[in-house]
Design a binder for this molecule. Structure first.
Ligand SMILES: [Zn+2]
Length: 367
């Protein structure tokens, strides 16, 4: 196979570098500074392909409503620079969840998605956000085992204060995340001790930080084993809290979209799980106004927002690529480095997508 050489400003983990990289057989086989003859030059950035570890849908498709809609969602995000996406499923009945995970199995097999994230149903009723009260419930390991047996599940979010939660976390064969939780600091710390390594959308769906009890957020920011997801859309978390998270947990913040079906779609009425939602000026809320219900983000838009909020570009990109890749155990991607997958986003200087490559092949362009 012939090599492709691209040049531009490479966004490496430790900062930007004006340079080039060579792609052969879907991998990055060499890179360096300066220019080389024959390179396809971009007056813009070469970013590692973005990795979204928490995403429910986009482009009019959702991961919960069957294979065709799920493929539509994955294609929408790929065209916007997300070369690795985990399909998140909200709380629902046991039979419905089994059906949803089964429907995603072909997408796991052909690597359209990097696995399934069960966001529930073992969540706090008081911190359930847009999850239906009818469907959140206390941990049931037998029920969960049936879902896990379908295959493809990469992460499960559990509220650690619930009865049986610690045992469930300790027994998970995949990533355990703490989220939609009213846990105190001590309860959260117990969940981390049991094996949790991710905070599901830090600050959202959690007991707020209190000066006499830091709760889940502080427990997760503090612990070196925990990756903290952050929804950087300007609605879910304020700019100063984004900056605080990046300072408190350097190299451990993962930008996510938590995007719903409406991402990339016009304002209007949609459905998230069984909840009717309304999108107004890009903000997604349950129709009763009770809760935010995911976002309208693409992950590249989250990176752009983080930069606007004062995060260095390389740190924002790292938080949307290497950090989530590591949290998911995907060692073959997430950085521009020799030997890793040639997953790339080529952008202009304003971070608008020009080209997306997945394992060296075109994964679409969002003109
Ligand atoms: Zn979610």
């Amino acid at each position: 196979m012939t090599a492709t050489v691209l040049s531009g400003t490479l966004i490496l983990p430790d900062g930007p570098l004006d340079g080039w990289l060579r792609i052969e057989d879907g991998l990055i086989t060499d890179l360096g500074s300066g220019t080389v003859a024959g390179a396809q030059h971009t007056d813009g950035y070469l970013l590692p392909g973005l990795v979204d570890m928490h995403c429910h849908g986009g482009g009019g498709g959702a991961f919960e409503v069957g294979e065709t809609a799920a493929r539509r969602a994955a294609a929408f995000h790929a065209a916007h620079g997300t070369t690795t996406v985990v399909a998140s499923l909200g709380s629902t009945t046991h039979p419905a969840l089994l059906d949803q995970v089964r429907a995603l199995a072909p997408l796991v097999r052909d690597q359209t998605i990097a696995g399934v994230h069960l966001e529930g149903p073992y969540l706090s009723t008081t911190r359930r956000g847009a999850h239906s009260l009818d469907h959140v419930r206390t941990p049931d390991s037998r029920e969960l085992a049936e879902v896990l047996a379908v295959g493809g599940v990469r992460m499960v979010t559990v509220a650690p204060e619930l009865p049986g939660a610690a045992e469930m976390i300790a027994g998970l064969p995949c990533v355990a995340a703490l989220g939609h939780t009213d846990a105190t600091y001590a309860q959260a710390t117990a969940g981390i001790a049991a094996g949790a390594t991710v905070a599901t959308h830090l600050f959202n769906g959690m007991r707020p930080v209190h000066h006499r009890d830091g709760g889940v957020a502080v427990a997760c920011l503090e612990d070196e084993q925990v990756t903290c997801e952050l929804i950087c859309d300007g609605h879910h978390v304020s700019p100063e809290m984004v900056r605080l998270a990046f300072r408190a947990a350097p190299g451990r913040v993962a930008l996510i979209t938590d995007a719903c079906v409406a991402a990339g779609m016009p304002d209007g009425d949609y459905r998230v799980g069984t909840e009717p939602v309304r999108v107004v000026a890009g903000e997604v809320r349950t129709t009763d106004g009770r809760s935010l219900a995911g976002s309208g983000l693409t992950l590249l838009a989250a990176v752009t927002n983080a930069v606007r909020f004062g995060i260095a570009l390389a740190d924002a990109v790292h938080a949307a690529s290497a950090v989530p890749a590591a949290a998911l155990g995907l060692a073959d991607r997430g950085r521009l480095a020799v030997g890793l997958r040639a997953d790339l986003v080529v952008t202009d200087r304003a971070l608008h997508v020009r080209r997306v490559l997945r394992q060296g092949r075109s994964a679409g362009s969002a003109a």
